[in-house]
Design a protein around this ligand. Structure first.
Ligand code: G4P
Length: 532
């Protein structure tokens, strides 16, 4: 029986729900494609990639994404491998850190941290890693682009250990420095080297040949000896994979390869199946635990409008956390206690969708025309459940938005409200500025570009943005807001539409401190920062 408790537990055990986190250009799209290729979700790499000369990426569906070849929104790829169902959630690929990314990471059980061999740990990798640590998500590391000159393998491990306080435990070790990749050693089956035949453009799986230690030594000489020596060193230092430490976020299994040629990708895929945790019990607000075999409960982690240009629709992405989802079932929305019908449920594979009839813990279901749902909502059947609220991150960039054409004011308001609800941007208002001139607040400046593009493309209400000089938002109250109007410090108090929170905006820490000295009784609290 599909809806039984046993089914939920059984299906959860064979699910792996994960995301790839990386700095732009480290090779996330390439790796995603290569993973899907190995898992036979697609027959030829390129089907989910948006770069020039390849077929359009399945998740690149807004005009802006097409132009830039980046994925601004989260799509989901589902594929099966060795009896496991893998759900790969796409994190936005742009240089900005935004709330979107944070939310996607709320829906995964594991992350693959992708590092460019030549660049090491980069800004975005750091921020994303911080979120993983904050949320207790175990991290698998893949060092990419080993086919090109880069840093030394031991140096990269050192960097991870030093900067992330995370113990790197190589599961795969390269034979040959970056730029001279001769093969890989799977440390679990030592005494042999895996040698790869290159495939043109990485369009097919790379054929893998196991070469004995004797042959590798004879054919590769000192390069082989060096790899063996390094492994000895690592073993002596105790850098061996420890599943418990990995799941607790204290260590990270490390893989090396070249996604572009599919080198090392199979080993990474196996690791996701073998090492990444299946969906487990989740904590509810108030501390109760919802086991995976409890009745259905799901978390809305993303709401996206107009995914299909042919239909003005709105999709809510729901991560199944417990129980079995069956299309047509009536759920309860925790925020209101009201029923919610699920007739239009879809599974999503990039841009393509198909109707989904059943989904299990770890899966992502898209509910079409889910106009009432908000990010952070819980839907459930049976015993009431509500997951903890998703934090709204502290914005650091602010701009006043105005319609270019004042006859489009209605569309302007509708668009801004929609993008606020989706969480594309935070909208702040004040009596002083009025509703005609909302202040848009962003965690990263690229959110402004997304808003500008979507306001023109989808709502036919082009906007003009006037940047404000503030970079710090603190939570305050009515008295604090009033004090700010009397203070010589040039700050501003506004109300965030989404949660009615009063925010005091300052140019920087110095201004906030001086306001504090002037009004020691005024309430000024930190909001959740992107990197807390
Ligand atoms: P992203 O999604 O993380 O932004 O990265 P993406 O996969 O688009 O890859 C960024 C660039 O790095 C691409 O080159 C891609 O081909 C290249 N790349 C990815 N993996 C590897 C690898 O293992 N080895 C090498 N040498 N290069 C790799 P591009 O020139 O920007 O684009 P394209 O014209 O190749 O598509």
């Amino acid at each position: 029986m599909p809806g039984g408790r046993g089914a939920a537990a059984h299906e959860a055990a064979r699910r792996r729900t994960f995301a790839v986190i990386s700095h732009p250009d480290a090779g996330k799209s390439t790796l995603t494609e290569a993973l899907a290729l190995h898992a036979h979700a697609i027959t030829r790499a390129g089907a989910v990639h948006g770069k020039a000369g390849r077929r359009p990426v399945a998740s690149d569906w807004t005009e802006m994404e097409k132009e830039r070849g980046i994925s601004v929104t989260a799509a989901v790829l589902q594929f099966t491998h060795r009896g496991c169902v893998l759900n790969l959630l796409d994190t936005p690929g742009h240089a900005d850190f935004s709330e979107d990314t944070y939310r996607v990471l709320a829906a995964v059980d594991c992350a693959v941290m992708l590092i460019d061999a030549a660049k090491g740990l980069e800004e975005q990798t750091r921020k994303l890693f911080d979120v993983c640590r904050h949320r207790g998500i175990p991290v698998i590391t893949f060092v990419n682009k080993w086919d090109r000159p880069g840093r030394e393998a031991l140096q990269l491990l050192d960097e991870i250990e030093r900067e992330f306080r995370l113990r790197p435990t190589p599961v795969v070790w390269p034979v040959g420095d970056a730029g001279n990749l001769r093969g890989l050693i799977d440390v679990r089956t030592p005494g042999r080297m895996l040698r790869y035949a290159r495939t043109p453009g990485g369009a097919h799986e790379a054929s893998e040949e196991a070469v004995s230690a004797e042959r590798a030594a004879a054919e590769e000489g000192p390069v082989w000896d060096q790899a063996v020596e390094e492994l000895e060193l690592l073993r002596a230092a105790g850098a061996t994979h420890d599943q418990e430490a990995f799941l607790a976020g204290r260590s990270t299994p490390v893989f090396f390869g070249a996604a572009i040629s599919n080198i090392g990708v199979r080993l990474l895929l196996e690791a996701v199946v073998d090492l990444a945790p299946p969906p487990g019990p989740r904590e509810l607000a108030g501390g109760r635990i919802r086991p995976v075999d409890a009745p259905f409960a799901g978390l809305v982690f993303k709401v996206q409008a107009n995914m299909d240009p042919a239909h003005r629709d709105r999709i809510a992405f729901i991560r199944v956390c417990s129980g079995v989802f069956e299309r047509g079932m009536t759920l309860t929305r925790a925020a209101t206690g009201r029923p919610f019908a699920t007739k239009y449920a879809h599974s999503l594979f990039g841009q393509h969708r198909s109707t989904v009839d059943i989904a299990y813990p770890g899966d992502v279901v898209g509910l079409v025309n889910a106009h009432t749902l908000r990010v952070g909502d819980t839907l459930y059947t049976g015993q009431a459940a509500a997951f903890p609220p998703m934090p709204t991150l502290a914005p650091e960039h602010f701009a006043v938005a105005r319609p270019v054409d004042i006859t489009r004011t209605k569309q302007f308001r509708r668009g801004i409200a929609q993008l606020d609800e989706e969480g594309v941007i935070q909208v702040l208002v004040s009596e002083l500025r009025g509703e005609q001139a909302p202040v848009l607040a962003a965690v990263g400046p690229m959110q402004f570009e997304v808003v500008t593009a979507r306001m023109t493309g989808e709502f036919s209400a082009p906007i003009r943005l006037e940047p404000l000089p503030y970079h710090l938002a603190l939570a305050t109250d009515a008295a604090g807001a009033e004090a700010l109007t009397r203070s010589p410090i040039r700050g501003e108090a506004l109300t965030r539409v989404r949660d009615k929170a009063r925010l005091a905006l300052f140019r920087g820490r110095w201004q906030a401190d001086s306001f504090r000295r002037e009004f020691p009784d005024a309430r000024l609290d930190h909001l959740v920062a992107a990197h807390d």
